[in-house]
Design a protein around this ligand. Structure first.
Ligand code: SAM
Length: 367
């Protein structure tokens, strides 16, 4: 008999109505939170649906045929997303990552990208627009996305071993189709494609070295991600985490590595280059080496709530302000106040106890 895990509380309902300050200075691009962290990145979940059921993210036991995804009327429209992005850009956001759920399931995503591509940062530069995808629809879409103005692509791929990958995505999706998606993205002109591999002990840690070997010298960058306690449905346990230090040790034993500095302050991944000059890998160590102190990321959920941490329990309902007809100045003021008051440092205080708290699902606030 299989055990069905239920999410007892629907964390999507936990929302805060943002306060519009009576006076707010015009956005300067230098908005800071209580720890002096700037606002530089915005991750936007364009759909809470996915065609995979990765066991660590959207397990079938919860995201089954009865799961209530957001109704269409609740989703931010492309106009809403563009308007919000403009306001965040005025406050300092320079990078946008479209994610989900599976973002390529959102119809006409390339139209949204075209709309975002004409926006400017606070200092007049084009926004850096990136996409995280499971790659399943990339073969069909890569050229359209590139033409629309998408700058960068990250493809998730947890194993090159057919049986392991099919078991992890839990919809029997083949490795070859993701590899074709990556090849299509490369052909469409995307360079330095990133490959995300979430490593879970006893599930796919035996495939780490093969993954590194496969992409070494390809120009693509594999990023090994520690299994995290996002959401409330993935049954996270500290014992299932493979520390990044262990991953470096495994790869270094066959392909010597040298640690290299970050490209910019706040970069999520620690970079390690192959000593023979044939490329680099990244390690995302949210569990063993928290990087909250440099976190400049905000998240906008599929229905327009602002989350200031991946591990948040509630979000600030910006869509409500839009629906109430609030002006750009008022909403920008509300965003400013939320960020000014931000204190998040979840990964620095994580314990088995905090991991059991009810948090919003990653598919809804954007991975
Ligand atoms: N569907 C897209 C994809 O598969 O890339 C985008 C959404 S997905 C939530 C974004 C990223 O989050 C993926 O690389 C996924 O592997 C990662 N992710 C999901 N759950 C995770 C967890 N519990 N720990 C670490 N990474 C996780």
């Amino acid at each position: 008999m299989t055990t069905k895990i239920m999410t007892i509380v629907d964390q999507r309902a936990a929302k805060l109505i943002p306060i519009i300050p009576l006076y707010s200075p015009a956005p300067s691009g230098l908005l800071q939170d209580t720890r002096g962290r700037l606002l530089r990145d915005l991750r936007i979940s364009v759909t809470d649906r996915c065609n995979f059921r990765c066991t660590y993210c959207m397990p079938k036991s919860v995201f089954d045929k009865d799961y209530q995804y957001l109704p269409k009327a609740e989703l931010l429209s492309f106009d809403d997303i563009t308007r919000m992005t403009q306001l965040f850009a005025a406050h300092g956001v320079e990078k946008i990552r479209l994610t989900g759920g599976e973002p390529l399931l959102r119809k006409n995503l390339e139209v949204l990208i075209e709309m975002l591509a004409v926006l400017k940062t606070h200092d007049g530069k084009p926004l850096d627009i990136a996409l995280t995808t499971n790659g399943s629809l990339l073969s069909k879409k890569a050229h359209l996305l590139k033409a629309a103005g998408l700058k960068r692509v990250t493809v998730s791929l947890d194993s090159l071993n057919e049986a392991t990958f099919r078991a992890m995505n839990d919809v029997d999706f083949p490795v070859a189709d993701v590899l074709s998606g990556i090849a299509a993205a490369h052909e469409a002109g995307f360079s330095s494609i990133k490959i995300n591999m979430v490593v879970k002990k006893g599930v796919n840690d035996q495939d780490v070295v093969a993954m590194a070997r496969h992409f070494k010298g390809s120009g693509h960058i594999v990023r090994f991600i520690e299994f995290m306690d996002v959401g409330s449905s993935n049954g996270w346990r500290m014992n299932d985490v493979v520390p990044s230090a262990e991953i470096v040790r495994m790869i270094n034993a066959e392909m010597p590595l040298i640690e290299v500095g970050s490209n910019y302050s706040g970069e999520v991944a620690q970079r390690w280059a192959y000593a023979d000059g044939s490329g680099e890998i990244g390690l995302i160590s949210s569990v063993t080496q928290a990087f909250c102190s440099t976190c400049t990321r905000a998240r906008l959920s599929t229905d327009g709530k602002l989350y200031t941490c991946l591990f948040s329990q509630s979000g600030h309902d910006l869509r409500a302000l839009m629906r109430l007809g609030k002006s750009d100045k008022e909403i920008a003021g509300a965003i400013g106040l939320i960020w000014n008051q931000r204190e998040d440092q979840y990964s620095e205080i994580r314990t088995e106890e905090t991991a059991r708290k009810k948090k919003v699902e990653m598919s809804y606030i954007g991975g």
